[in-house]
Design a binder for this molecule. Structure first.
Ligand SMILES: C[S@@+](CC[C@H](N)C(=O)[O-])C[C@H]1O[C@@H](n2cnc3c(N)ncnc32)[C@H](O)[C@@H]1O
Length: 218
């Protein structure tokens, strides 16, 4: 998905991926990240996720990266937070207390901007990207993260032909292949949502699994 796709979605308000609630897998598996107060957590492709606030409430600094200015405007308005904007080319930085959001392209993020990051939360980031971009995304993460940094990754898997992406179906096999060169991959949980109230199930997808991983940079 190219930037124009996402800019258009935000302009048209087609943001069904935004739940407005903290992600339940983040709430459940956050302890597995072994974080200390003050540690910084990176959220790539963050949208206006409430997870940003949830992590800040758990005493973390939070760094989000998001293409859409509209998403960031909505985030600070909805959370009733005042943000200071500054130019950090090629990004526009929005800062409010422990939350720093960079408006721009994740693929422009540089290692000096993530030196403090001890963990990553990826919900609907990897699965928002087509296959070729998923490889670039993981390769870029490997350049950004230092040894020992952990990723909590949530993926979605379903028969791809049954729905036009995003989200893309990402299998367990693909996760193992994508991360194995530079990361250790551990599956924490697998949930069968085939008969749930999940929006994908309601749209007629016949099989739906969410997988949750802890992935550690070697
Ligand atoms: C499926 S949404 C998920 C948002 C968020 N993670 C959540 O859970 O609600 C994907 C988001 O990534 C943003 N995005 C897509 N490509 C991007 C890129 N290359 N750099 C930064 N943000 C990007 C889109 O604008 C969109 O808000």
């Amino acid at each position: 998905m190219e930037p124009d796709h996402w800019h258009l979605r935000w302009q048209q308000g087609r943001t069904g991926f935004h739940t407005g609630e903290p992600n339940p897998w983040l709430e459940r598996f956050y302890p597995e990240l072994g974080l200390n107060s003050g540690d910084t957590v990176l959220l790539p492709l963050c949208g206006k996720a409430v997870d940003l606030v949830w992590l800040a409430q758990h005493k973390h600094n939070v760094l989000g990266v998001e293409l859409s200015e509209i998403a960031l405007q909505h985030f600070f308005e909805e959370q009733q937070l005042a943000a200071v904007r500054s130019q950090q080319p090629p990004f526009t930085q929005w800062e409010s207390g422990p939350i720093t959001l960079l408006e721009g392209d994740f693929f422009d993020l540089a290692p000096q901007q993530t030196v403090d990051c001890r963990a990553v939360f990826d919900r609907a980031a990897l699965v928002a990207l087509p296959a070729e971009m998923r490889q670039r995304y993981v390769a870029h993460l490997a350049t950004l993260l230092s040894s020992g940094t952990t990723i909590l990754l949530v993926t979605t898997d379903y028969p791809q032909q049954e729905k036009t992406p995003p989200p893309f179906a990402v299998s367990d096999t693909e996760v193992q292949q994508l991360y194995r060169d530079a990361f250790e991959v551990e599956q924490l949980h697998s949930e069968d949502l085939s008969h749930s109230q999940d929006p994908l199930s309601k749209r007629g997808v016949t099989a739906l699994i969410e997988n949750i991983y802890r992935i550690t940079r070697q």
